[in-house]
Design a binder for this molecule. Structure first.
Ligand code: TYM
Length: 329
């Protein structure tokens, strides 16, 4: 049985990118694997969240996870900061991780450009913390979107380096995983490359039908193609990319045909796209509205998940300390 692990930063509600990049793949794997899904609240600290809002964001993500279909009877769901062993492993791994390789990570360079006033060391060592999350449970597969591919590559490198340095075969080399296909990137509806919380272009799982209709209606389009079978500009390709994950094959084929024959009516396409997104999000949103009232249940899930995750994490830390040469007097 494989161990599957994934996580999402607690910086806001979950959006379609999180769902199709990570969550849905994970949910499909719950029955046949040893599964861990966690809320990365330590990773959210790089942007200095207001302490009064931190817990609320963790709660939102927990509610979204459960509403989307992560089942606490099948998977271990936990909050990262409830498992302090992860910060210990992060420290040990950091001793074998080099400034140069961290500084050239794409996500670090992006963030450093976007928030030049706050290029903190936590941002630089973000991939090490992520490796600690993954190696802590010795995961085989990590369902993530395309944007996390480089972090997984680094995790494998750190695992290999640790094993080589200490002459052990302890950590496995985990792979970034998407059920049956390549890793995906869900684009924003604003013509930009990626749907993301910091890009402010998200459709959230918790959005109402009205909000979704409004967001899709506003998506960038143009006067339509004038040449048959022409290449789509990025902002139109983006609409098709979203359609490919939410709509049926017939619907997708229909609009491809409309495009190729220059008979495109964007108003119709957007209406269909909104309807199909709403079809995916409505059952999730209904469960969100129920679950967010049930604090007792949420407390129970988080407590039991933390206990299981800590139990496994303590074993890893004991092994790692032994491998590194720590001994008690
Ligand atoms: P985060 O919180 O930015 O995103 C969570 C997951 O959602 C995926 N994702 C997307 N996939 C496709 N298209 C998009 N537009 C899109 N936006 C987000 C991400 O690829 C990710 O899988 N560093 C991680 C959190 C993390 C983690 C881990 C993940 C911390 N430790 C260990 C896996 C294993 C992050 O910031 O993801």
């Amino acid at each position: 049985m494989d161990t599957v692990l994934s996580g999402i930063r607690s910086t806001g509600n979950l959006h379609l990118g999180n769902y199709y990049g990570a969550l849905r793949n994970f949910i499909k794997m719950q029955d046949e694997n040893n599964c861990y899904f966690f809320i990365a609240d330590l990773h959210s600290l790089t942007t200095h969240p207001d302490p009064a809002l931190l817990h609320g964001n963790v709660k939102n993500v927990l509610v979204d996870y459960l509403a989307a279909g992560i089942d606490p009877d099948k998977s271990v769901i936990y909050v990262q900061s409830d498992v302090p062993q992860v910060t210990e492993l992060y420290l040990y791994l950091n001793m074998h991780v080099y400034m140069g390789e961290l500084a050239k990570t794409t996500s670090f360079k992006d963030k450093a450009r976007k928030q030049p006033e706050n290029v903190n060391a936590g941002l630089l060592t973000y991939p090490t913390l992520m490796a600690a999350d993954i190696l802590m449970h010795n995961a085989d597969k990590v369902p993530v979107g395309k944007d996390q591919e480089q972090h997984l590559e680094m995790t494998r490198r750190f695992a290999r380096r640790f094993n080589n340095f200490y002459g052990v075969e302890y950590f496995k080399e985990p792979v970034a995983y998407n059920f049956g296909q390549d890793l995906i990137k869900i684009p924003g509806l604003d013509g930009s490359g990626k749907m993301g919380k910091s890009e402010g272009n998200c459709i959230y799982l918790s959005d109402s039908a009205k909000e979704i209709e409004k967001k899709v209606k506003r998506a960038l389009t143009d006067a339509g193609p004038t040449e048959p079978n022409s290449v789509k500009p990025d902002y139109i390709e983006n609409l098709f990319t979203i359609m490919r994950v939410v709509s049926t094959d017939e619907v997708i084929a229909h609009y491809e045909e409309m495009w190729n024959t220059c008979a495109m009516r964007y108003g119709d396409m957007k209406k269909q796209l909104a309807t199909d997104i709403i079809g995916v999000t409505t059952p999730i949103r209904e469960r969100i509205l129920e679950l967010e009232k049930d604090d007792d249940f949420l407390r129970k899930v988080a407590r039991e998940g933390a206990e299981k995750a800590r139990e496994n994490a303590s074993k890893t830390i004991a092994d790692v300390r032994k491998i590194m040469g720590f001994k008690s007097f």
